[in-house]
Design a protein around this ligand. Structure first.
Ligand SMILES: Cc1cc2nc3c(=O)[nH]c(=O)nc-3n(C[C@H](O)[C@H](O)[C@H](O)COP(=O)(O)OP(=O)(O)OC[C@H]3O[C@@H](n4cnc5c(N)ncnc54)[C@H](O)[C@@H]3O)c2cc1C
Length: 419
């Protein structure tokens, strides 16, 4: 379709080659559209590089839930705790935090839970479909999500998050320490119980999965350009991305630039509450132990998983803005958590990493047409769930761009919902 109407321009330009951008690009190309992807880095070298690898078809519990505020003081007072706010960032963070707490009202959480689930459903199968005929297919493994507890009494299925999952028929079970060690022989005997979420997927190398999707898109003709987009603007009946001395024109544009998307939209009059929720991981090469599933350490709020390169443990919410340098001490905090989970682990070769979750206060992304900007589509803000939700996001975007009605209600993901 390139060159229609006498103009040499693409049907679609996608800004951002993270997991969301590559899933959009492939599914747009599969619909026969000509697509260019612009990213200053190769595919999946930012947030999508180092996540915990959980591909959950059952994500339906938002980050903000009723009563969460009671836990905040304890977390914030502990410099090694799961939530950290750099002082200099506090004036920007506080208005966002008020919106975050408001999003956890009892009358909101179920609406958000349903909207999360709609994006997450069937995610392992969706990846397998996208990765069909690529060597990366084997990087998506069947898995169980194992929430481990030191005391049996803590594993309480009556807590809100578990009730929300049960209401949505998420397959759960509660097991004792003996069964936990049958499933995970290397786990410490200090853990007395676990709650399992079944029928999950896990990624053995999230970045390699994204790169394989990008390669498949390239084989369908999608071009990947290494450029930094400075501004986006409407140009005649299409859209232009201005990148240094080059510009890319297309009939339609998809903004999938993760946490950087909000600043590209700002000149068009949008002031979106998108925070960089910075997370860390520690990768232990030669760990000397094996993990069969994704393990959520409920005490330290981090997830340990066996990756192709070693054991990766990931978590933390650090609010310090997009630009601040990483504080890798926050990644090395995980060493203690790993040693208490797996007493036999070797953590000598441990490599830290930091990535920026693009997080809105209501745990939902923006997906779909940007109001008042004909031909511009949002695909960003997937916070903790972007790996799992990227394939369905790509399908929705392909529907929107080709004028097909999505089978998912897009109201909860409106860009205008914060005004
Ligand atoms: C520690 C941690 C653990 C996580 N664990 C999980 C998990 O287990 N399961 C799960 O589902 N999710 C998880 N997530 C969340 C998930 O990783 C993110 O939601 C997802 O990676 C977001 O993808 P994205 O494509 O929107 O953003 P990104 O991967 O950040 O991609 C955005 C891209 O846009 C490009 N870009 C930005 N601005 C410009 C510009 N101006 N010009 C050109 N290019 C630009 C960037 O270079 C980047 O490549 C985790 C995140 C973290 C940090």
């Amino acid at each position: 379709m390139k060159g229609q109407g006498g103009q040499n321009r693409d049907d679609v330009v996608v800004i951002g080659a993270g997991i969301v951008g590559v899933c959009c690009a492939l599914q747009l190309a599969e619909r026969g559209l000509s697509v260019t992807v612009i990213d200053r880095k190769p595919p999946c070298e930012e947030t999508s590089f180092g996540n915990a690898g959980v591909i959950s078809p059952w994500s339906c519990v938002p980050q903000s839930v009723p009563g969460l505020w009671r836990k905040l003081p304890k977390w914030l007072l502990d410099p090694q705790g799961p939530v950290f706010i750099r002082k200099r960032h506090a004036p920007v963070f506080l208005p966002w935090a008020l919106k975050f707490l408001a999003a956890g009202r009892p009358d909101r959480v179920d609406v958000v839970g349903d909207a999360m689930m709609a994006l997450s459903r069937n995610s392992p199968a969706n990846y397998r479909a996208l990765l069909q005929d690529t060597p990366a297919l084997e990087l998506v493994q069947d898995s169980v999500y194992v929430f481990v507890y030191r005391q049996a009494a803590q594993a309480n299925l009556d807590q809100l998050g578990w009730r929300m999952r049960k209401m949505r028929d998420v397959p759960l079970s509660l097991i004792g320490g003996a069964e936990l060690r049958e499933r995970e022989p290397d786990i410490s005997p200090a853990y007395e119980a676990a709650i399992l979420i079944h029928e999950q997927g896990r990624a053995l190398n999230p970045a390699a999965i994204g790169k394989a999707i990008a390669d498949k898109a390239k084989a369908l003709g999608v071009r990947f350009n290494l450029s930094e987009t400075r501004t986006i603007s409407r140009h005649g009946d299409g859209w232009t991305a201005i990148c240094g001395d080059r510009q890319y024109n297309a009939r339609k544009m998809v903004l999938a630039a993760g946490v950087w998307s909000a600043s590209l939209l700002k000149p068009l009059g949008f002031n979106l509450p998108l925070e960089a929720e910075r997370g860390y991981h520690l990768l232990c090469r030669e760990p000397g132990i094996n993990i069969n599933n994704s393990i959520m350490d409920v005490e330290h709020m981090c997830v340990a998983s066996q990756m192709a390169a070693g054991v990766r443990i990931a978590g933390t919410a650090e609010f310090a803005g997009i630009q601040a340098a990483p504080d890798h001490r926050r990644a090395f905090v995980f060493r203690k958590a790993l040693q208490s989970l797996f007493p036999g682990i070797n953590t000598d070769q441990a490599e830290p990493w930091m990535g920026r979750r693009p997080t809105f206060p209501d745990s939902l992304p923006c997906i779909g047409p940007v109001a008042g900007q004909d031909g511009l589509f949002a695909a960003f803000g997937h916070s903790h769930y972007g790996l799992g939700q990227a394939p369905t996001t790509g399908r929705i975007i392909a529907d929107c761009v080709t004028g097909r009605k999505s089978d998912i209600n897009l109201q909860p993901y409106r860009t205008g919902r914060f005004t």
